[in-house]
Design a protein around this ligand. Structure first.
Ligand code: ADP
Ligand code: ADP
Length: 225
C-alpha cells in the first residue's frame, strides 16, 4: 500500500531530511511513525501526499510510482489519502458542515451526495449535533475530530496523521487514537506520526522510528529488500 524504496529528501539549502529510507506498509495496517523533532516524520508524510517530491528513490502508493505522477495528476492521486494535521487547519469563518464538505466540493461531488456524506463523516466522529457550529465554538478535541471527519469524508483508503494529538490531553488523545483504530478496523490503512511514545506504548501496533532522517531497524522493513 505504502512502499518506500531508497527514498532520500534534501531540501533546497542542502538540509538532508531523509536518507535512503525503506519500509512497506501493507493494506489494512495501522502503524506509528516516531522520532525526535526534526527526524523527518512530516517530510515522510509529505512525500506520501505529494506535498513534496523525493530527491532520490521511489515512493509507491497502491502500486503507483509517485515519481510518475505529474503535477496535473496530483489532485487525483491525493483522493486516496486523507490527512490530519496537529493544528487541524480548519476554516474559522465557515461552519463545521462547510469545513467537512470541502474535499467533496474540490472533487466535484454532486451536491445531493454532499450532505449525506458530510453527515455520515460527522456521525463517525460523534459530532453530528455540531454541524452548524463554527470551529471557534468547539473544544480542542472537537476541532480535531472535525479535522478527522474532513479527512475521511471521501472514504480514502489511506489515512495519514501528523501529530494528531499534539495539543490534546492524554484522555482526549486516546479518544482520537480509538477513532483511528476504528477506521483501521473498517479497512483503512493508517499511518500516525507522533513523538508521544507513551501513547504508542499503550497501543499494540507496529512502530517505525526515524532518527536524523534514517529509518531505524524495523523487522518488517527487511521484507522490502
Ligand atoms: P519532524 O516532522 O520529524 O519534526 P520534519 O520532516 O519536519 O521533521 O523536518 C526534518 C528536517 O528537515 C528538519 O531538520 C527540518 O528543519 C528540515 N525541513 C523541513 N521542512 C523544510 C523545508 N521546507 N525547507 C528546509 N528544511 C526543511
Ligand atoms: P501493497 O499495496 O500490496 O502493499 P505495494 O504498494 O508495495 O503493495 O506494491 C504494489 C505493486 O507496486 C507491486 O505489485 C508492483 O507492481 C509495484 N511495485 C512495488 N515496488 C516496486 C518496485 N520496486 N519496482 C517496480 N514496481 C514496484
Amino acid at each position: 500500500m505504502i512502499n518506500f524504496q531508497q527514498v532520500s529528501k534534501t531540501y533546497p539549502g542542502g538540509h538532508r531530511a531523509l536518507e535512503k529510507v525503506n519500509f512497506h506498509i501493507k493494506p489494512g495496517e495501522l502503524a506509528f511513525l516516531t522520532g525526535h523533532s526534526g527526524a523527518g516524520k512530516s517530510t515522510l508524510l509529505k512525500l506520501i501526499s505529494l506535498m513534496e517530491r523525493p530527491s532520490a528513490g521511489n515512493v509507491f502508493i497502491n502500486g503507483v510510482d509517485l515519481n510518475k505522477v505529474n503535477s496535473r495528476q496530483i489532485p487525483y492521486a491525493r483522493r486516496d489519502i486523507g490527512i490530519i494535521f496537529q493544528n487541524h487547519r480548519l476554516l474559522e469563518r465557515h461552519t463545521v458542515f462547510d469545513n467537512v464538505a470541502l474535499p467533496l466540493i474540490i472533487e466535484g461531488t454532486h451536491h445531493n451526495q454532499i450532505a449525506k456524506r458530510v453527515h455520515g463523516a460527522l456521525d463517525k466522529v460523534g459530532l453530528i449535533d455540531k454541524v452548524k457550529c463554527h470551529p471557534s465554538m468547539l473544544s480542542g478535541g472537537e476541532q480535531q475530530r472535525v479535522g478527522i471527519a474532513r479527512a475521511i469524508v471521501n472514504s480514502p483508503p489511506i489515512l495519514l496523521a501528523d501529530e494528531p494529538t499534539g495539543n490534546l490531553d492524554p484522555e482526549l488523545s486516546m479518544e482520537i487514537l480509538r477513532l483511528f483504530e476504528d477506521f483501521n478496523k473498517h479497512g483503512t490503512t493508517v499511518l500516525i506520526a507522533t513523538h508521544d511514545l507513551g501513547l504508542v506504548a499503550r497501543m499494540k501496533y507496529r512502530s517505525l522510528t526515524l532518527k536524523d532522517g534514517r529509518m531505524l531497524q524495523d523487522p518488517l522493513a527487511q521484507e522490502v529488500l
